[in-house]
Design a protein around this ligand. Structure first.
Ligand SMILES: [Zn+2]
Length: 98
């Protein structure tokens, strides 16, 4: 399942901000959300991707944040808390899903 998320992420990158067509690998709903969190100067951060329907997702660490995308500053804890739910992280090697 983790690989399905990664595969979906590659598609997300191509369509930029738009998550309209991203389908959740877990539940099949089109409710994928993501937001970059990081440092504006270095443009390095992390990228949580989650599904609003089933509350599952993954977090990619150490990503380069593209120019012009919406992002939350590392230090902006209030907005981080507000925007990113406490979703269930899909483990990279959960063998039971195979
Ligand atoms: Zn889902």
């Amino acid at each position: 399942m983790f690989h399905d998320w990664l595969r979906m992420l590659v598609k997300l990158e191509n369509i930029d901000d738009s998550t309209r067509n991203a389908i959740c690998p877990e539940c099949g709903e089109r409710s994928i959300k993501f937001v970059y969190v990081g440092d504006r100067k270095s443009s390095i951060g992390y990228l949580p991707v989650w599904c609003e329907s089933c509350n599952k997702g993954i977090q990619i660490s150490r990503v380069e944040i593209p120019q012009g995308v919406r992002m939350i500053d590392f230090k902006d804890l209030e907005n981080i808390e507000k925007e990113i739910p406490n979703f269930i992280h899909v483990a990279p090697d959960s063998k039971k899903n195979r």
